[in-house]
Write a protein that binds this ligand. Structure first.
Ligand code: TYM
Length: 337
């Protein structure tokens, strides 16, 4: 008899990253590293969210280079173009089209409550544009077009993924089921890497203080210097506790990279003080980033290869996203030819 067992359908995951400057250790530990681990078990898609980046002004030549760099980094961190779907958002027109459909299902009140909108509009008060406000509708389009079950993001993006879920549910209730309801997928460790200079804030690539973040392109010397200058407290015990935000952050970074527990780290540095600990954190970061940086440098020398991978990704992404877009259009009553 013919074997009729069918392999269970793999669950899907999708995530994106904006090409606004070089990603930080926060982007890497909170998002990109998890993506690499997911690609064996799940059907994964990852994109460079370049359309999102223009909600704030970008200088054209620099912006173009950052898109190449971010795409190269996706591959450099270990994502495989033959395993995961890798693409650049603006190469797939369905994202912009779907945004309009979803914008008409996004409420003014809920968009006004988004923390990222509040932060960005405060920071760029001379350019509070419609795109900045509608950002979550575009993000919902990125996600819902690919029908993922999980959206692996850092803690700061949880609110946007939850809003995406609300928009999807609203759409499905009005027009009939089109979208899978996605769930944010956030790791306990690494989900919120903090600034090295103000550990109450998240580590951000747009921080004006260069010492506040470690960029994936920082040299070993720079990483060592930034870790040594990290703000801590006036005690000397390496232990995870309330009020020790700086040490807690360094412990999270070290724990995420080495897979050690907080207790093991405390035991390792007992009686040794913060100086030794900071050096160990820096060395762990340097060694984790070394192979990524090497691959990144090689990839950036081969733009033709990057463009070929972008093209291949865009074609696959278009096929998937157009199917979902057509389904949504039909359900809404548009004439789809
Ligand atoms: P972006 O480009 O700011 O960041 C990319 C990913 O990195 C995570 N991240 C962090 N994780 C831990 N600690 C930090 N300090 C830290 N900083 C950033 C973010 O949570 C994110 O997962 N709106 C998104 C991009 C986007 C998107 C999407 C994401 C556009 N469309 C669809 C998921 C699905 C953003 O600005 O991420």
């Amino acid at each position: 008899m013919e074997n009729t067992t069918v392999a269970p359908h793999k669950k899907r995951a999708l995530s994106c990253i904006q090409p606004t400057g070089v990603p930080t250790l926060g982007n890497y530990l909170g998002a990109m590293r998890n993506w690499v681990e997911m690609q064996d078990e799940l059907d994964c898609a990852f994109a460079v969210a370049d359309l999102h980046a223009i909600t704030v002004r970008q200088e054209a030549a620099q912006f173009r280079n950052q898109i190449y760099e971010m795409f190269a980094l996706l591959i450099a961190v270990g994502l495989k173009p033959d395993k995961s779907l890798l693409f650049v958002q603006s190469h797939v027109p369905a994202h912009a089209e779907m945004t309009w459909l979803l914008a008409c299902h996004s409420q003014f009140g809920e968009l006004s409550r988004m923390t990222q909108f509040k932060d960005k509009s405060a920071k760029h008060s001379d350019n509070i544009n419609l795109g900045m406000f509608a950002y979550p509708s575009l993000m919902a389009a990125d996600i819902l077009l690919y029908q993922p079950n999980y959206v692996p993001v850092g803690d700061d993006q949880k609110q946007h993924v939850e809003l995406t879920r609300d928009i999807a549910e609203r759409f499905n209730n009005v027009h009939g089921k089109v979208f899978v309801l996605p769930e944010p997928y956030i790791l306990k460790k690494g989900g919120r890497v903090k600034s090295l200079q103000d550990p109450t804030k998240k580590m951000s690539k747009s921080d004006e203080n260069q010492n506040a973040f470690i960029s994936l392109k920082d040299s070993p010397d720079t990483i060592m210097r930034k870790c040594k200058r990290a703000v801590t407290d006036s005690e000397a015990d390496v232990r995870y506790a309330q009020g020790k935000d700086g040490i807690n952050n360094l412990m999270e970074i070290y724990a995420t990279i080495t897979s050690k527990s907080f207790d093991e780290i405390t035991a390792e540095f007992k009686g040794r003080g913060y100086g030794d600990f900071k050096v160990a954190v820096a060395e762990a970061v340097i060694e984790t980033l070394r192979p990524v940086q090497q691959r990144f440098d090689d990839l950036m020398k081969d733009k033709a290869y990057l463009e070929q991978m972008m093209k291949q990704g865009a074609e696959r992404a278009a096929a998937i996203s157009n199917r979902t877009l057509d389904k949504a259009l039909k359900k809404m009553g548009f004439v789809v030819l």
